[in-house]
Write a new protein. Structure first.
Length: 657
């Protein structure tokens, strides 16, 4: 071997490990570059990922308004009708059916099921034209899609989904994932979550479903529109139910005998109607929630709002209003309203805002109980209360005779009685009970318009802010009021001088059942209880009102002691009747929403009074008669109103009687 050959062999021997090292370095560099690329992709994607802690935020949840007995009045929701239900309330069989059809390995995998992906891929290659594409998503992946992602179909979204799925699996237990899944997933249309699905298709709570119904619902999420019993091909839902049953057998949750039992149970679907019970009241509550209690966007907060409304009384009041308005159409009376209040607690038992919420001829959705209307003579008790506060008594005399008032820059004001006649010298008892107009105006001239407004505001009237608008005609109801506020004011007579705030909301619970609001009775002493007794005694005296209304009119409830006051505007635009006992107050109104006059109406005979009589009779039908006491012992802190002698009066443009 030559020297040259020896040198070559030595170089080869030395070079082999060197080249091996270079080769290994090349592989390591390639792996390193790939890792850097993957890391950068991960970093890029994770920067766009939402905060994983959002999984703890509740989804859009429907808020329910219920009556005092738990009857659902209406459900408010924003796009997604959803009621949160905890996992322990979801039947075991429903959970098993869902896992069987959606993700058999749910309790085994860490979020991603490669077995599921492979099976779905094979199925999609082999499927016939009638079959649907099958996805390989796990329950956790479906939860991630519902909470965090859109329906965009892209590789980038799938990577995000996988990353979020793995994170969720580390953050939540399997049962926590299931609970969120069952409350997030769509079951068709506006129904999201298992509770609303059970209500939508079967009219039941999720806990009340039989096994056949549970299995049917478990099959819906894959394609709720296609499988819906209310769709074009309801038989597809039945086929899907059978498929779920077979998968439950495969997963060993049931045997073949149980399969037959499930499939032999009859499915009875109930298409739920979206009717609103007590609609005017429901939207009155919505307004209170938003404007008084600050619950903005409560349609998505999952609140359970329990109210004072009695749905049975509400339905009866609705029927009475509708029937009575129908009977007086010939008098050009197109609408009526009613309000029932339990005065001791400030509870609204019924609110009928019109003859029919759906009526198009009268704008039936307008709530007259919260609208501004002239009260006519129904406002007089406040004026008389002020007169008694200033030292007059029911036996004090006043002249019911013609009178005129001169106000600079105004027309001469000459009030007249409803019947155009005068009774001469009468007691205040007769003047109030018979609703004489002239004595009421004379009293207000003595009392002072501003003093009457002060008293009215302390009682709950808020609509007389522009005081310069009002003159002596305020004594006859020229100042517009809301029925709800007039009821608040007159409930003080029933409560013997104590103001109990009208509040129809008992309590509010959040979606987890935790109480976040509870009604507290708010009371305030407004005037001497003996003054309230005086008003009550006069307005429940059938003999004292007989000169105008006659004996035993519809203002009298047979066998019951009830204080009652009517009111009709002189232009016949509004007719009222409002009456109370120690426990209940009923206010009613008839007229036309557009302000057009009625052709004829007689207080105490027609119009609002028959409605009032029927509703009050219904309320008191099974109650004992409660009579007003003769007097009440005064406490040391008797209230005396500060006298305001400024009685500069300006007449309103429209006088009422």
């Amino acid at each position: 071997m030559t020297f040259f050959e020896i040198i070559i062999k030595i170089l080869i021997a030395i070079g082999r490990p060197f080249f091996w090292i270079l080769k290994k370095i090349k592989y390591l560099l390639i792996i390193g570059v790939l890792l850097v690329i993957v890391f950068n992709i991960y970093q890029f994607l994770t920067k766009e990922l939402p905060d994983i802690n959002l999984i703890y935020n509740p989804p859009k949840l429907s808020s329910k308004i219920m009556d005092r007995n738990g009857n659902l009045l209406y459900k408010f929701y924003e796009e997604e009708n959803r009621t949160w239900v905890s996992l322990d309330k979801i039947p075991k069989k429903f959970i098993e059916a869902t896992i069987s059809i959606e993700d058999k390995d749910f309790y085994k995998h860490g979020g991603l099921s490669f077995r599921g992906i492979v099976k779905a891929t094979i199925h999609n290659f082999r499927k016939s034209d009638g079959d649907k594409l099958r996805g390989g998503s796990t329950i956790t992946q479906q939860l991630v899609k519902n909470v965090f992602l859109t329906n965009e179909k892209s590789f980038k979204r799938k990577i995000k989904e996988a990353i979020l799925t793995l994170k969720i699996e580390r953050k939540l237990t399997k049962n926590e994932i299931l609970e969120r899944y069952f409350n997030q997933v769509s079951y068709g249309g506006e129904a999201y979550g298992v509770e609303e699905a059970a209500q939508k298709y079967f009219g039941k709570n999720i806990e009340e479903l039989n096994e056949s119904e549970m299995v049917y619902l478990a099959g819906l999420p894959a394609a709720p529109s296609s499988y819906s019993p209310f769709g074009n091909n309801p038989e597809l839902g039945i086929s899907r139910q059978k498929r779920v049953v077979e998968e439950m057998i495969s997963a060993k949750y049931i045997n073949k005998d149980e399969r037959e039992k499930i499939l032999n149970q009859k499915l009875v679907f109930k298409k739920r109607k979206g009717k609103i019970e007590a609609p005017h009241f429901v939207f009155y509550i919505k307004n209170l929630l938003e404007n008084k209690y600050g619950y903005i966007n409560f349609e998505r907060q999952g609140l359970n709002i329990y109210t004072s409304l009695d749905l049975n009384i509400q339905k009866e009041a609705e029927k009475i209003v509708n029937q009575e308005i129908e009977s007086v159409k010939k008098l050009k009376i197109s609408n009526g309203a009613a309000l029932v209040v339990e005065v001791k607690n400030g509870d609204i038992l019924a609110m009928v805002g019109s003859k029919d919420y759906e009526a198009t001829d009268i704008d039936g959705n307008v709530n007259v109980t919260t609208s501004l209307r002239q009260p006519g003579s129904s406002i007089k008790p406040i004026n008389y209360l002020l007169a008694f506060e200033k030292g007059n008594s029911p036996d004090s005399y006043i002249e019911d005779s013609p009178v005129s008032y001169y106000v600079p820059g105004q027309k001469v004001y000459s009030p007249q009685n409803y019947n155009g006649k005068y009774m001469g010298k009468v007691t205040l008892r007769t003047a109030l009970a018979s609703s004489l107009n002239v004595p009421s105006v004379k009293l207000l001239a003595e009392n002072g318009v501003n003093n009457m407004i002060d008293l009215a505001e302390s009682m709950g009237i808020t609509t007389w802010k522009e005081r310069k608008r009002y003159g002596l005609s305020l004594a006859l109801g020229s100042g517009e009021v809301k029925m709800t506020e007039l009821a608040q004011a007159y409930s003080i007579f029933a409560n013997l001088g104590e103001k109990v705030e009208i509040n129809p909301i008992y309590k509010i619970d959040n979606y987890l059942g935790e109480n976040i609001y509870k009604k507290e009775k708010e009371t305030k002493k407004i005037f001497d209880p003996n003054l309230a007794l005086t008003i009550n005694n006069i307005l429940s005296d059938d003999k004292a009102r007989s000169p105008i209304f006659g004996l035993n009119s519809k203002l009298k409830i047979e066998g019951k002691t009830v204080a009652v006051k009517t009111g009709t505007t002189n232009n016949l635009k509004d007719n009222w009747c409002i009456g109370w006992t120690p426990n209940y107050l009923v206010a009613t109104w008839v007229g036309n929403n557009d302000g057009s006059p009625m052709s004829w109406v007689a207080s105490g005979v027609s119009g609002a009074t028959p409605i009032w009589n029927r509703i009050m009779t219904r309320i008191l039908s099974n109650k004992i008669d409660e009579q007003w006491a003769d007097s009440v012992s005064l406490p040391d802190d008797k209230i005396i109103f500060e006298e305001n002698t400024n009685i500069t009066d300006q007449l309103s443009q429209e006088l009422t009687f």
